[in-house]
Every structure is written in C-alpha cells, then in structure tokens.
Design a protein around this ligand. Sequence first.
Ligand code: UN1
Length: 511
Amino acid sequence: MTKARIFRELGLRATMPGANCGGEWFASSRDVITVRSPATGELLGKVTQASAADYQRVLRASQKAFAEFRALPAPRRGEIVRQVGVALREKKDVLGALVSLEMGKILTEGLGEVQEMIDICDFAVGQARFLSGPTLQSERPGHRMMEQWHPLGTVGIITAFNFPVAVWGWNTALAWVCGDTTVWKPSSKTPLCAIACQNIVNEVFARNGLPEGTSAVVIGRGAMIGERLIADGRIPLVSATGSTRMGKRIGAVVGARLGRTILELGGNNALIVSERCDLDGALASAFFGAVGTAGQRCTSTRRLIIHESIYRRFLRRLIDLYARVNIGDPLDPRTLMGPLIDEGAVADFEHAVAAAVAQGGTILYGGKVKRASRQRRRTFVEPTIIEIANRAPIVQSETFAPILYVMKYRTLAQALRIHNDVPQGLSSAIYTDSVSEAGTFLSYRGSDCGIANVNVGTSGAEIGGAFGGEKETGGGRESGSDVWKAYMRRQTNTINWDREIHLAQGVQFEF
Ligand code: UN1
C-alpha cells in the first residue's frame, strides 16, 4: 500500500495542525513535529503542536459537549460506538498500514492493533446496556437502597508510541458508552496515527449529530500539554500509558488534586519454562513475546526463567529461531522484526547491552546495532539474548528493546522468587503441564502480576480481560472485564417509600 493512498484514505496531509475537537483542525504554536519513518527516515509529515490557548479551546469544547452527551441514553451511545467499530472495519487495512509506517511494527501487528480497537468497540456496545449496579437490602422498614452509575466528565487519555491507536481505542470506547467526553494527548512520536483516528471518529460523530468536543485530540509537548492536562481540575480521570517515571509524575500531580488515574506503566515480564511442558509451545511463546514488536510492548517477554535440566537445549533451539529472524521493512510481509522507534531507543538498547555485560552478563545472541544505509536508518538492532543474574541492576529495569535476559532455576519456589523479584508487575506466564505448578503460579504464592498465564505467553492479551499490573506498573486496569466502572461515578441511593422516618443504626432524634 502506498503512502499516498494511506494519506488520502485517512484524511492526512503533508502539514497539519495538531488539535481538534470535531470540525476544523487548528494549532497556534510555532512548535512543529517532523514525522519520519523509523525504518527509512522518509519524511511522512509535519504536525504543528498545540499551544496553551489551543488546549483551553479543546477543554472548553469537551466540557460543553459533556453536558449534552451525558444526556443521551447509554444504549444510544453504544449504537454510535458500534458505528465507530464499523468505520474501523472499513479502514482496517489503511489504518493498520499507517501504524506500521509511522511506528515501525510489522504489518500483521499493525492490523492486529486496529483489530483490538474493533473488538473493544463490540465489547463496549454490549456494555452500554449493562452499566448496572445492585439493589441492596435496607435495614430500615419502608426503605430501599440501590446503586447507580453516572457519567464522570472529561477523561484525559495519554498514550505511548508503541500502541499508537489501540490504547486510545480501549479508553475511548468505554468512556463514550459511559457518557464521558475524551481529550487525547498521544505520543509526539506517532501524531499521524492520532490524527487518522480522530478523522475516522469525527465522521461518525458528525453523522450522529454529536456535539463538537465529544472526542478531542491535542498533540503537544509533555511539558506544555501533558502538564496542563494532569493538573486540570476539570478532568476527573486521567488514563495514562507509558514509563514508570512518567506515571510517578502523573500519579503525584493528579493525586495532589484528588483526581483519579488509571496508570499502565512499565513491565518486566517473565516466562517460566518448566521441564514438564510442551517445549514447542514454550519456544513459540518466548519467541513472539521477546521479538514481536521488536520488544516494544509493555507486555514483551523480558526474562526467561528456565529449568536447569532443559536450559541448554531450550536456548539452543531459541537461538536457532533468532538466527532466522528477518529484520527489515515492517511493511514487507517477509519481515518479522522492524526497527526501533528512533535513535534514542537504539541508544537505550546499546546502553542496556553494555550494562548487562559490565554486570556479569554473557551475550548468547545478537547485541549489535545494524549499520545505517541509504534505505535504512540506524534504528535496526539484533534481537538479543543475554544470560545474566536476575539481581543485576539492568535486569531490574525495563528497556524498551528486544533484549531477553535468561536465567535458570532448580525448584519452582526458586523460580517464583526470581520471577517476583523485580519492581514491576504487569504480565507473567508459566509453561507447564503440571496442575500443581500451574495452580501454584496462579495462587497468592505465585505470580504477583496483574496478568498471569498458563501455557500462553506474556504478550498479546485479548481485550476482554482487565489489562494492567501491580507495583511500579501502576495498579490501573484498562480494557475489558468490569473496567468500565473506572469511567463512571458511583452513587448510592436510599429511598424511603413509606411515610415513617427511621434513622439508621436505630438512632432516636425526636423533638
Ligand atoms: C502496550 O504495550 O502498551 O497485550 C499494550 C498486549 C497488547 C497490548 C499491549 N494487547 O500485548
């Protein structure tokens, strides 16, 4: 698919302003992002970032839209989200290709990301008829209690470059059926994906007569737009995906004004490979988990904890697979691994490899950066396997690159200790055919992560589950299950349907 076709079908132009709340795009700062293909360096477009005044305009529109949008019955809001799902189905090929072009993940993964958005739309349509609370038994005669869920307000959504469309999709589909308006600050590394998504939604929302501001985008610097958004008392909920460092800042600022957050931050995901397991399955899961998306998923497999009796054999087979990885143009169907997002990410990769070696690690495969050429930026690295101790400082931190740290264990208790001995707690997996090992891994004594899988790898979660993690991953949950509750305000109602007044707890207060 050509760039020209992608641009035409998604309403993108060579230069674009970066703010929108429906209708015209606008931006009044002098700050321009130059977007280049991470693979080739080809100029893709220029986006003018939003100014403080642009931010205020977006917020005002969002607040105004909320007053109207929340009055629509939830199933009607669901019907509109259904139409967004249909529009995404129609644009899946081009939007998936844009994700691949701008972010650098291989095409099948770009398409998969759009599929996640379609799936969450379908999920949200059903949810729209089921935003329900319980009725409760009152202790007082003639009284009834119940819970209701009301729309919350403007939801701020901050997303990272690595999932430039899907994470916004998870948040918005739910927020909209819940009656909230949304303001999106996407990563400045992937602004074109954000513009394309907003264009798709604008068409659907306009057709349905929704007020401008129901869905808004402000592309801008963290220091300018991000800081304003998190400090803004008009935004009751900030849902943010990104690094732990960024999450600590957001948590502190939003917390100081007693706002709410959904934080989905760094992971340090491990896969335990038991000697009693389907080794082919374990191999395939480790391979996809570590090499997929060039290791730039928050769920990427970063640590392999392998039973000592199969350690050498398993690694030999894994290294064989690594040696066959086709690295190159993410839009070429033969490619299995594309580039990292930019030269900064490559510097992080190089730093991590050097640190691992300095901290006692041995490189078993890869470790090098590919040289730049006329068709290639210096953003391609080798998928890398390093044998190292879990306690090495570099293993304790998340490097967004295809580096897999491997280590061995003797007993399951030891494997679990190693597994949980990192500051992060997003995703985890064990490959085992033992009911006892699987049961232990999923028990309170097992994985301390928000996601724990048996015979399924750490990455590539379905949208139907709650997605997020513990410890430095931030504790937030996005996507499926009962996550919608975070996007609404809960109200407890007590109704006296009889004449007599009764105070709770038997208190007498008569005059
Ligand atoms: C992310 O990397 O921020 O589970 C999201 C997965 C995807 C989502 C990843 N469904 O790998």
